[in-house]
Design a protein around this ligand. Structure first.
Ligand SMILES: C[S@@+](CC[C@H](N)C(=O)[O-])C[C@H]1O[C@@H](n2cnc3c(N)ncnc32)[C@H](O)[C@@H]1O
Length: 622
C-alpha cells in the first residue's frame, strides 16, 4: 500500500496535513514526487489521494465551520453604525401606508461592513476566557425540566393570536422608548457596550463589532414559495419532533465527563460548571420552544449553541419579521445579544433571550405570515445555516460512521459544502422545473440543498453504503420536521438507499429526465467512472453534469470504436472552486460542468485534428 493507514484510517502524511490545517498552515501534499513508470492516470490518482485528508470527515462539515479566515482589522475600522442602518428602513416604513412590504435591503444598509462571526460562533479576535462558575448563575440541575414542546408562559399565547395590527405601532414605539420592556423578571443585566453605553439604550453612536449573520452577504432570489403559507395558515400548533439543541450539548458533556482526564486535555476549559437550560420561543408556533444550554465556560469547538441562538434571533429580523417589528430587534435585542456573547456574559445573554421570547410572542402571527408571503429574497446564508442546524442534529453525533470505508476505494466519503453548491447550482441554472440527481449521495446534503434552494421538481440521490444511507434517513426526518418548524416548503425529495447506481432501473428512469446530474467522482476508480459514462448514454440533451473529475480522461480522442459515445457529445467546461468548498481540504481546486449535446463537440474534433497534425512525421522533399 503506497500510503500506510493507521487505525483511524488516516495516513501518516494526512495526519501531518491535518495537523498543519489545525495550525492554520495547510501544507502542500509532499507526496507529489513522480513515480517512475506509473501511468499518467495512476499518477493523477495518487496525487489526488494525497490531497484527500479523510480526518476532516469526522467532524463534518468541519471545513464549513473552520474559523481560519480572519477579518482584517481594517474592516473593523470602517464599520458603521448599525442604528443608522436600521433607522432608515423604519423611517421609510413609517411614511408608507399600512401595507406590509417585503424586506428590502436598502443600499444604505448593504454598504455597511458589519463584522461576522464564523459559523461556530468562534471568533479568535474575541479572547477565549476561562470563566469561573459565577455565583449568580443557577446550575442547570437546579432548574426544573421544562415540558417537551411547551412554550414558556402559555397565557401569553392567546394574546399572541389576538393582537391587532395597531399593536405593531405600539411595539415599535415601545421598542424605541423602552427597549428592555419585558413581562418576565428583569435581572440587573448591565452589559458594557463598546461605546460604553448601558445595555439596551444604544445611542446612535453604538457600533456593534460583529454579528452572528453576515448582514451584507449575498442574497438568494426566491424562485418558488419557500414558505408554506397555506400550512402556516391552516395550523398554529407544531406537532412534529425536532431534536433540541440541549440534547447535543448534554450528550457532548456526558461524553466529556466519561473521558479520562488525559484524553480530555484537549478540552482544557473543562470545569464543573454545567450551564443553564433556556427555552427559545419559536417565531411561528406559539406552543413551541427549543431547549438550549447556555454555557460560556466551555470551548464548543464543533457546535456552539449560543452562536446558533444568535443566528435564530438575527434571522428573525432579517427574514421572518416585517420591518416595523424587525426594528425592535435590530435596535435593541440583537446588539445586546452580541455584547453578551462577546463578553461571555451568561446572565446578560439569558436575559436577552428572555426579552427576545417576550418580544416574539407579542408579534401578531398574521403579520409574519403576510410578510413571508411577500418575501422575494433571503440571505443565501439562511438556507446554509438551516441545513447546518439539521446536520448538527442528525449527522454530527454519528459522523464517525462515515469514516468506515476502505481507503482509496469508491466508497471514500467526502462532501461538497453549501457555499460551493449554491454557486454551482446557479451556474447550472437549477430551477423549479429541474430534475436533480446525485449519484453517490452520501448523507443527502446535495439533494436537500437542491430541493430547498431551488424548489426542484424532483431532487434525488442514490447511495450504496449502509451507514451513509441510515444517516440520510435520520437527516431527512430532522429536515422534514424542521421545515415544518420553520414554515418551509420542502419540494419532492427521493432517495434510493442501500443500492448501487450501477444497473439500477430507477436510476436510469431518473436519468432520462434529469436536468442536473451530480457525480462527486473525486476518488472513483476508472472502472466506476466507466460505469458512469455508460449511464450517461441515458441522459437527455441539455443535461448538465457536475463532476469533480473530467468525465473525458486526459488525451481522450475520437476513434472508430467510440464515435457514437456520449463522451463525444459533451461540452466540457473546466471551473475552479474556492477554498473551503469541499470537506476534505481547505484548498481550492477544479471541477467540471459537462453539457450533453446532440452532436459531437467541435472542440474535440479540433483538438484531434491538431493532435494528428503534430504527430505526422515531417517530410523532407526537394
Ligand atoms: C465522495 S461521496 C459524495 C457525497 C455527496 N454526493 C457529496 O458530494 O457531498 C461519494 C459517495 O458515493 C457513494 N458511492 C460509491 N459508489 C457507489 C455506487 N456504485 N452506488 C451508489 N453510491 C456509491 C459512496 O458510498 C459515497 O458516499
Amino acid at each position: 500500500m503506497p500510503l500506510g493507514l493507521d487505525s483511524n484510517g488516516t495516513t501518516g502524511q494526512n495526519k501531518d496535513a491535518v495537523q498543519a490545517a489545525a495550525n492554520g498552515t495547510e501544507q502542500k501534499p509532499h507526496n507529489n514526487k513522480k513515480i517512475r513508470g506509473a501511468s499518467k492516470e495512476l499518477q493523477g490518482l495518487l496525487e489526488d489521494a494525497s490531497k484527500y485528508y479523510p480526518a476532516y470527515d469526522c467532524t463534518l462539515p468541519t471545513s464549513y465551520l473552520k474559523s481560519h479566515v480572519q477579518e482584517s482589522a481594517e474592516k473593523v475600522d470602517v464599520e458603521v453604525n448599525m442604528y443608522e442602518a436600521v433607522k432608515q428602513p423604519v423611517e421609510q416604513k413609517q411614511e408608507q401606508t399600512d401595507d406590509v412590504k417585503p424586506v428590502k435591503r436598502t443600499k444604505h444598509r448593504r454598504r455597511h461592513n458589519v463584522k461576522r462571526r464564523d459559523t461556530t460562533g468562534h471568533d479568535t479576535s474575541v479572547k477565549e476566557t476561562e470563566r469561573p462558575m459565577e455565583e449568580t448563575v443557577q446550575p442547570m440541575e437546579e432548574i426544573a425540566e421544562p415540558e417537551k414542546g411547551t412554550a414558556e408562559p402559555m397565557e401569553e399565547t392567546s394574546e399572541f393570536m389576538e393582537e391587532t395590527a395597531e399593536f405593531a405601532d405600539e411595539t415599535i414605539q415601545s421598542s424605541l422608548t423602552s427597549p428592555t420592556a419585558s413581562t418576565e423578571p428583569q435581572n440587573d443585566t448591565t452589559v458594557d457596550t463598546p461605546a460604553g453605553t448601558h445595555a439596551g439604550t444604544h445611542s446612535p453612536e453604538y457600533t456593534p463589532l460583529k454579528n452572528f449573520v453576515d448582514w451584507d452577504g449575498p442574497m438568494l432570489k426566491l424562485e418558488y414559495n419557500l414558505f408554506d403559507i397555506d400550512f402556516l395558515n391552516s395550523t398554529t400548533e407544531f406537532t412534529g419532533e425536532i431534536t433540541p439543541s440541549a440534547q447535543l450539548t448534554t450528550a457532548d458533556r456526558e461524553h466529556r465527563a466519561k473521558t479520562p482526564p488525559i484524553a480530555r486535555s484537549r478540552h482544557n476549559t473543562y470545569n464543573a460548571h454545567t450551564g443553564q437550560r433556556i427555552l427559545l420561543q419559536s417565531i411561528l408556533f406559539p406552543n413551541c420552544t427549543e431547549e438550549y444550554i447556555v454555557d460560556f465556560s466551555k470551548n464548543f469547538d464543533k457546535y456552539d449553541p449560543m452562536s446558533e441562538i444568535g443566528k435564530v434571533v438575527e434571522y428573525s429580523a432579517l427574514v421572518f419579521l416585517p420591518q416595523d417589528y424587525a426594528h425592535g430587534l435590530t435596535q435593541d435585542i440583537i446588539p445586546r445579544l452580541n455584547d453578551a456573547y462577546d463578553n461571555a456574559d451568561e446572565t446578560a445573554f439569558i436575559q436577552t433571550v428572555h426579552d427576545y421570547n417576550t418580544f416574539i410572542r407579542r408579534v401578531p402571527r398574521h403579520r409574519i405570515t403576510q410578510h413571508l408571503r411577500e418575501l422575494t429574497q433571503i440571505p443565501q446564508s439562511f438556507i446554509h445555516d438551516f441545513l447546518h442546524v439539521v446536520y448538527t442534529r442528525s449527522i454530527h453525533p454519528q459522523a464517525f460512521k462515515l469514516k468506515k470505508y476502505k481507503a482509496f476505494s469508491n466508497y471514500v466519503y467526502g462532501e461538497l459544502l453549501p457555499t460551493f453548491l449554491t454557486d454551482v447550482y446557479q451556474r447550472c441554472n437549477l430551477n423549479t422545473n429541474s430534475v436533480f440527481l446525485d449519484l453517490g449521495s452520501g448523507v443527502g446534503n446535495c439533494v436537500i440543498q437542491a430541493a430547498l434552494e431551488h424548489g426542484c421538481r424532483t431532487s434525488a440521490g442514490c447511495e450504496i453504503m449502509e451507514d451513509a444511507s441510515t444517516l440520510t434517513e435520520l437527516q431527512y426526518k430532522e429536515l422534514t420536521n424542521r421545515c415544518h418548524f420553520n414554515g418551509l416548503n420542502l419540494k419532492p425529495v427521493q432517495f434510493l438507499l442501500r443500492q448501487s447506481f450501477v444497473d439500477n432501473e430507477a436510476v436510469i428512469t431518473l436519468l432520462r429526465d434529469c436536468d442536473v446530474l451530480l457525480v462527486n467522482n473525486f476518488l472513483f476508480d476508472s472502472k466506476l467512472n466507466k460505469v458512469v459514462e455508460t449511464l450517461l448514454e441515458n441522459a437527455k440533451v441539455g443535461c448538465k453534469i457536475i463532476s469533480l473529475k473530467n468525465l473525458r480522461s486526459f488525451g481522450y480522442t475520437i476513434d472508430a470504436n467510440n464515435i457514437d459515445g456520449v463522451l463525444n457529445r459533451l461540452k466540457v467546461q473546466k471551473c475552479t472552486f474556492k477554498e473551503d468548498s469541499v470537506s476534505w481540504t481547505h484548498s481550492g481546486g477544479d471541477y467540471y460542468i459537462s453539457t450533453v449535446q446532440n452532436c459531437i463537440d467541435e472542440s474535440l474534433l479540433q483538438a484531434t485534428s491538431r493532435f494528428r497534425r503534430s504527430k505526422r512525421p515531417e517530410r523532407y522533399t526537394r
